[in-house]
Design a protein around this ligand. Structure first.
Ligand code: SF4
Length: 253
């Protein structure tokens, strides 16, 4: 996606969302350029953020004509990092925040595969009074990404999950020990708990029994000893399944 008119990266902060999965908690969005180009879901155009209401938010974050409308709406402002940090700092009265409903972490200028350590450290420090939850598709084995993610997770208020697309990748990420791990499961996966190469995968509570994130909180647990699996959903769920099963031994026990 082409760069928008905003200082890059840009963020949106929603004080409360009526999202049926998260429950009533604050959520944030990052613009599309924060996603690493290597993300397989983005490359195949099957990322959930590329469709429906999230797509509209991304487009609005990139489209000059809508900028003023978003700026004028108290609950839908677009921020640069400075304002985003200021806003995050104030969040101790409703501490659980689900970050990056769309988008990912800011990258280094000139290398969109490399996490911007300075920016993410500032953000992590700022949320010390909150419980800030993120997922990332940056490759933890590329450059200093693993160290950047581990640094973020060393701050009390911050939890960054590594997002894997296959079970092999999830197990590989888990062995790195830098962050908790999640994986997208086939949409028709019907087990609450499963195992792959000795690692336990627990299906997301919402996918299983409708418990909202606000009450479940498992993804905020930094030291959990299992991987969280999300069932693929939306119009691309069958394509997700192809990614999940591609070329590796992803048989579910
Ligand atoms: S496992 Fe829990 S916290 Fe994580 S996405 Fe599912 S419901 Fe939300």
């Amino acid at each position: 996606m082409a760069r928008g008119v905003y200082s890059w990266p840009s963020f949106k902060f929603r004080e409360d969302t009526n999202n049926r999965k998260t429950g009533h908690i604050p959520v944030t969005y990052s613009n599309a350029d924060t996603c690493p180009p290597s993300c397989e879901l983005g490359q195949q155009n099957i990322c959930y953020a590329k469709g429906g209401p999230t797509r509209m938010i991304w487009d609005r974050m990139e489209t000059p004509i809508n900028y003023q409308a978003m700026k004028d709406s108290f609950y839908s402002m677009v921020f640069d990092l400075e304002y985003y940090i200021k806003k995050a700092k104030r969040h101790h009265w409703n501490p659980r925040i689900r970050g990056n409903i769309t988008g990912d972490l800011p990258s280094k200028k000139g290398d969109r595969e490399l996490i911007n350590l300075r920016m993410v450290t500032r953000l992590s420090k700022a949320v010390k009074n909150a419980r800030f939850l993120l997922y990332t598709h940056y490759r933890p084995t590329y450059g200093l990404n693993g160290a950047a993610i581990a640094t973020m997770n060393s701050f009390e208020g911050m939890t960054v999950n590594l997002s894997a697309n296959t079970l092999d990748q999830a197990v590989e990420y888990k062995k790195l020990g830098v962050a908790p791990v999640t994986v997208v499961l086939p949409h028709d996966h019907n087990k609450k708990v499963t195992y792959h190469k000795g690692e336990k995968i627990v299906t997301c509570k919402y996918d299983w029994d409708g418990t909202q994130c606000k009450w479940c909180t498992i993804c905020w647990w930094k030291d959990r000893d299992f991987i969280v699996g999300f069932r693929g959903h939306g119009m691309n769920k069958r394509k997700h399944k192809n990614v999940f099963y591609r070329g590796s031994d992803n048989g579910i026990a």
